[in-house]
Design a protein around this ligand. Structure first.
Ligand SMILES: [Zn+2]
Length: 293
């Protein structure tokens, strides 16, 4: 296993990143937890529970975790929830939508077991209110619903510091998404709407920092605007090629292939590796389901 500790913002934020070192993986896939003044955001992957335990044990009493918030129900974000509750008596909070999902066993495909480990341990989280303070009270995080990547996805925003913990709510680039036939049915129109809401919620925050899970820090509201423009142009493009395909008499799978070829040339290797779970094709289908006004 590979663990990295990175300090941000004058050491006020500690990012603990974890990746499996499985030799079959083409590159490390990271998941992050963030510790800010006793508040832990997310709880890592099932495969990282032992490393997370060592991390918690290594903290001195000033840094000790007082509470944890889970941003969404995916296995790479909630894997250590039960361990934190049972072994360290740390209360773990989640949104109303996430609580019943966290209580269920998880059945996810091989490639994700390989990346994040197996044996998720279900647990009962406590209900997260509309805002939450850090341990000393110096930071207040507003909870914003940011569905799309997951319906229950939330983001935590500290207005004074201009920090937004978005974890998986926004991706650095939109080329592929998980489709309806997976347990992560991403919806590009919801993702777009959530980015727009984040953009509006962070109005006047000129030094906004967006903390992602394992994908670094994205800087500024400008980035959110760029993502909205990027998704808008993908949306227009998909519909334009759909019209062309129909004019050529194509339907169904052949229509999708035409749009795919024109937008991305061919399916990405991850699309093949995940047997279409995470693919260009799923992004195109979601773009086409989203009507043009
Ligand atoms: Zn996720």
């Amino acid at each position: 296993m590979v663990v990295q500790k990175i300090y941000h913002c004058n050491n006020e934020i500690l990012e603990w990143k974890w990746s499996s070192d499985n030799k079959l993986m083409p590159q490390p896939f990271w998941t992050s937890v963030f510790l800010i003044d006793g508040l832990l955001i997310d709880a890592g992957a099932p495969g990282g529970v032992e490393d997370l335990r060592d991390f918690v044990k290594s903290l001195d009493s000033d840094d000790m975790i007082e509470k944890c918030v889970i941003t969404h129900n995916h296995e790479d974000h909630c894997g250590g929830g039960r361990m934190l509750q049972e072994e360290f008596k740390i209360p773990v909070f989640a949104s109303k939508l996430a609580i019943p999902l966290l209580l269920k066993e998880k059945d996810y495909p091989d490639y994700r077991q390989m990346t994040w480990g197996e044996n998720y341990q279900p647990f009962k989280a406590e209900l997260l209110k509309s805002s939450i303070y850090s341990k000393s009270g110096k930071y207040l995080f507003d909870v914003l619903d940011t569905p799309g990547h997951a319906l229950e996805q939330i983001s935590l925003i500290e207005r004074k510091q201009q920090w937004a913990f978005i974890t998986d709510a926004v991706m650095p680039k939109y080329q592929m998404i998980f489709g309806r036939d997976t347990d992560i049915p991403e919806d590009i129109s919801l993702i777009y709407q959530s980015i727009k809401n984040l953009y509006e919620f962070t109005d006047k925050m000129n030094n906004l920092l967006l903390f992602t899970s394992g994908k670094g820090i994205l800087k500024g509201r400008k980035f959110l605007k760029e993502k909205m423009d990027e998704i808008n142009s993908l949306h227009q493009e998909a519909h334009k090629f759909q019209v062309e395909a129909k004019q050529n008499g194509l339907q169904g799978k052949r229509l999708l292939r035409y749009v795919l070829k024109n937008m991305f040339t061919r399916e990405n290797f991850i699309g093949t590796l995940t047997r279409g779970g995470l693919s260009h094709k799923n992004l195109i289908m979601s773009l086409l389901e989203w009507s043009i006004e």
